[in-house]
Design a protein around this ligand. Structure first.
Ligand SMILES: [Zn+2]
Length: 124
């Protein structure tokens, strides 16, 4: 593990601990600890935050993939060079709805849209 990766892992641990602190703080302020809470209540609150993190990661990762797309791609049907744009689409993930950013190209000749691949061959 190189120094950069080690620092990233350390930062992630710090942020996760900080998130846990903030989350429990919120639960305390909301009165969740006025009486001893059932562990299931704590678990559900924790799982909810985990799902939010998952959705954030999915949305961020989709933007990363879209950013790697070429600016033009050949139409898989006629081969014409088509401009690639990005579109947002809400999909249902295991952790709830996520707004994905996708690279989409539209062929003016064929009047069809397609998902360009990062290597530009029009297939995915
Ligand atoms: Zn075409």
């Amino acid at each position: 593990m190189d120094a950069e990766n080690q620092a990233r892992q350390q930062r992630k641990r710090q942020l996760l601990q900080e998130l846990a602190e903030l989350h429990v703080e919120e639960m305390v302020q909301a009165g969740g600890f006025d009486q001893t809470p059932h562990f299931g209540t704590i678990e559900r609150a924790a799982s909810g935050l985990g799902s939010r993190l998952s959705r954030e990661i999915q949305e961020r990762a989709s933007r990363e993939v879209a950013a790697d797309s070429p600016s033009e791609a050949p139409c898989p049907t006629c081969g014409a060079s088509c401009e690639v744009t990005t579109k947002r689409r809400t999909v249902k993930s295991l952790d709830g709805p996520v707004e994905l950013t996708e690279a989409v190209a539209e062929c003016c000749r064929c009047r069809r849209s397609f998902f360009p691949s990062a290597d530009g061959d029009g297939t995915r």
